[in-house]
Design a protein around this ligand. Structure first.
Ligand SMILES: NC(=O)c1ccc[n+]([C@@H]2O[C@H](COP(=O)([O-])OP(=O)(O)OC[C@H]3O[C@@H](n4cnc5c(N)ncnc54)[C@H](OP(=O)(O)O)[C@@H]3O)[C@@H](O)[C@H]2O)c1
Length: 265
């Protein structure tokens, strides 16, 4: 199979990627674009049918230079699912070059006094420990192969204080620091670890905000582009970080947010 992007900085042919939470939303857009650029991809999510149809949609588009997709259901809060996910990836593709830790939960909005241990533990499991557990499982192979890309899907929410999004922002902020630590620890072994921080993006996770005209207007008043982002608009940053184009980028947090984080007026 010849590579459509051969000779470009964005060629991912011969690479294998594992993207958590990739049956829909931002994760699907990332997996789909990685495959378009030539990477084989593991599609995942809790619901097996959704993961299978997402993988089928990518494979249906397959042409010269496209990567192949397989589906492996996994709940990222279950350690045994994460092990099975890594095993399935290696079984099908022989390795994992690119990890995109994308699946996350956002299950509590309210004052810190009402944030239970159970909410915090589940949020940390999904939004931080899954990144750590998958990195621990996959880094030895990446180091042995002399190539690895770890991409954490964070949120611009991790860059601000919040009086109501306690567990979500805590978990996302810890993941940013984890990425910086991995970048320092493994940069010399040709591992790159970076975070993408999306702003408000049109997905199911953002549905509550998108369907609330007052909250949406407040959110968009901080945007420099005056609109919500689309999942595909997050995917380009992942292709960049996974490919040769991003080879000298390490330990960074890249905001893909329609300029929300630079607005002061
Ligand atoms: N949308 C936004 O405005 C926004 C903004 C900033 C950051 N983000 C971040 O972007 C990432 C993707 O979010 P999204 O908006 O694309 O969400 P989404 O549209 O709700 O999609 C979530 C994906 O993750 C899977 N998933 C959910 N819980 C899971 C779990 N416990 N284990 C494994 N898979 C799980 C879902 O499939 P199943 O339901 O089958 O499990 C689905 O594939 C998240 O890290 C989120 O924090 C989103």
């Amino acid at each position: 199979m010849s590579a459509r992007f051969a000779g470009t900085l964005f060629d991912l042919s011969g690479r294998a990627a594992l993207v958590t939470g990739s049956s829909r939303g931002i994760g699907y857009a990332i997996a789909s674009r990685l495959a378009q650029h030539g990477a084989d991809v593991v599609i995942s999510g809790r619901k097996p049918e959704a993961a299978q149809s997402a993988a089928a949609a990518i494979n249906a588009r397959n042409g010269e230079g496209f990567g192949r997709a397989i589906a492996q259901p996994a709940n990222v809060t279950h350690g045994e699912d994460l092990s099975a996910l890594c095993e399935a990836a290696v079984e099908h593709f022989g390795k994992v070059d690119i990890l995109v830790a994308n699946a996350a939960v956002h299950i509590h909005v309210g004052p810190s006094a009402e944030m239970s241990d159970a909410v915090l533990a589940k949020t940390m499991d999904a939004n931080f420990f899954a990144l750590h557990r998958l990195s621990q499982a996959l880094l030895p192979g990446m180091i042995a192969n002399g190539f690895g890309r770890i991409i954490n899907i964070a949120s611009i929410a991790a860059l601000f204080g919040s009086g109501v999004y306690h567990s979500y922002t805590l978990s996302k902020a810890i993941a940013l620091q984890y990425i910086r630590n991995i970048a320092v620890e493994h940069g010399a072994e040709n591992i790159r670890a970076n975070s993408i921080a999306p702003g408000l993006t049109r997905t199911d996770m953002a549905r509550g905000l998108l369907d609330d005209p007052v909250a949406l207007a407040r959110e968009l008043s901080r945007s420099t582009v005056g609109r919500v982002g689309e999942p595909d608009e997050i995917a380009g940053a992942a292709v960049f970080l996974a490919s040769e184009a991003g080879a000298y980028v390490n330990g960074q947090t890249i905001a893909v947010d329609g300029g929300m984080t630079i607005r002061y007026d």
